[in-house]
Design a protein around this ligand. Structure first.
Ligand SMILES: Nc1ncnc2c1ncn2[C@@H]1O[C@H](COP(=O)(O)OP(=O)(O)OP(=O)(O)O)[C@@H](O)[C@H]1O
Length: 215
C-alpha cells in the first residue's frame, strides 16, 4: 500500500499535453527515483507533486538550478533555512558543519558562491536541503554537475543520512547508475501523452539493461 498517491494528474503547456489522467505513488521512509529521458516530464511531475504535498506537509528540496544567495557565505546560505526553528547558535553550527561534511565541503564555510565551481555550488544546495528539518526530501537531478569521486561518496553518505532520519525522499534523474546506487525504488517513465510507468525495487538483480527498456 502506497503512502503517497497522486491521481488524475493533468498538465499541459499550451497545446502540448505532458500528463493526462496520470497517477503515481511513493512509499514512506523510502528513497524513490523517477527515471526518464531528458524532456519526458520529470521536473514537471516533481513540481506538481511538491505543490500538492506543500498543502499539508513541510518539505525540503534541491532544485536543478543554482539558488544560492550571492551576497551570503556558504555558512550563511545554509543558516537561512534554520531560522525560526528554535535552535541555539551552537545547535545551528553543529547542523551546518555536519552537512558540509556530508558533501565534502568542510572548510568552505566562509566562501562566497562566486568563488565556488558549479559542482561545489550544487553540493552546498544538497547540504542546505539536508540541513532543513523535514520528513520529505525532493531532489531534481541533485548530482548532475558533481564530479564522479565526490558523487559516489555523497550518494553513499546522503543515503545513510536519509535512512537514519527516516525521511521519505524522491529524486528525479536520467542517470541509470545513480538511480540504482541511491534508491530503494525506481519508477521509470516513458511515452508522451499516454505516459507509461514501470516500478522496480532495487535489489542485487537489478541492472541498467532492465531499466533502459522502460525509459
Ligand atoms: N514552463 C513551460 N512552458 C512550456 N513548456 C514547458 C515548460 N516546462 C516544461 N515544458 C516542456 O515540458 C516537457 C517536459 O519538461 P520537463 O522539464 O518536465 O522534462 P524533464 O524530463 O525534467 O527534462 P530534463 O531531464 O532535461 O530536465 C518538455 O517538452 C518541456 O519543453
Amino acid at each position: 500500500m502506497a503512502d503517497y498517491r497522486f491521481e488524475n494528474i493533468n498538465v499541459s503547456f499550451g497545446t502540448d499535453v505532458i500528463y493526462k489522467n496520470f497517477s503515481i505513488e511513493f512509499e514512506k521512509n523510502r528513497i524513490t527515483t523517477i527515471l526518464g529521458r531528458s524532456g519526458c516530464g520529470k521536473t514537471t511531475l516533481l513540481n506538481y507533486i511538491m505543490k500538492d504535498i506543500l498543502r499539508y506537509k513541510n518539505l525540503s528540496c534541491v532544485f536543478q538550478e543554482e539558488i544560492l544567495v550571492k551576497w551570503l557565505t556558504v555558512y550563511e546560505n545554509i543558516e537561512l533555512v534554520l531560522k525560526n526553528k528554535g535552535l541555539s547558535k551552537t545547535e545551528k553550527n553543529e547542523i551546518i558543519i555536519k552537512n558540509l561534511r556530508l558533501v565534502n565541503l568542510n572548510g568552505y564555510e566562509k566562501y562566497y558562491p562566486s568563488s565556488l565551481s558549479g559542482g561545489m555550488k550544487q553540493r552546498v544546495n544538497i547540504a542546505r536541503a539536508a540541513s532543513y528539518p523535514a520528513d520529505l526530501l525532493f531532489m531534481d537531478e541533485p548530482f548532475k554537475s558533481i564530479d564522479i569521486i565526490n558523487k559516489e561518496e555523497i550518494i553513499g553518505k546522503l543515503k545513510q543520512e536519509i535512512k537514519s532520519r527516516n525521511q521519505t525522499a524522491v529524486m528525479v534523474s536520467h542517470d541509470l547508475d545513480e538511480a540504482i546506487d541511491f534508491s530503494d525504488n525506481i519508477i521509470c517513465i516513458s511515452g508522451t501523452e499516454g505516459k507509461k510507468i514501470k516500478k522496480f525495487s532495487v535489489n542485487k538483480y537489478i541492472s541498467k539493461e532492465m531499466l533502459i527498456k522502460y525509459i
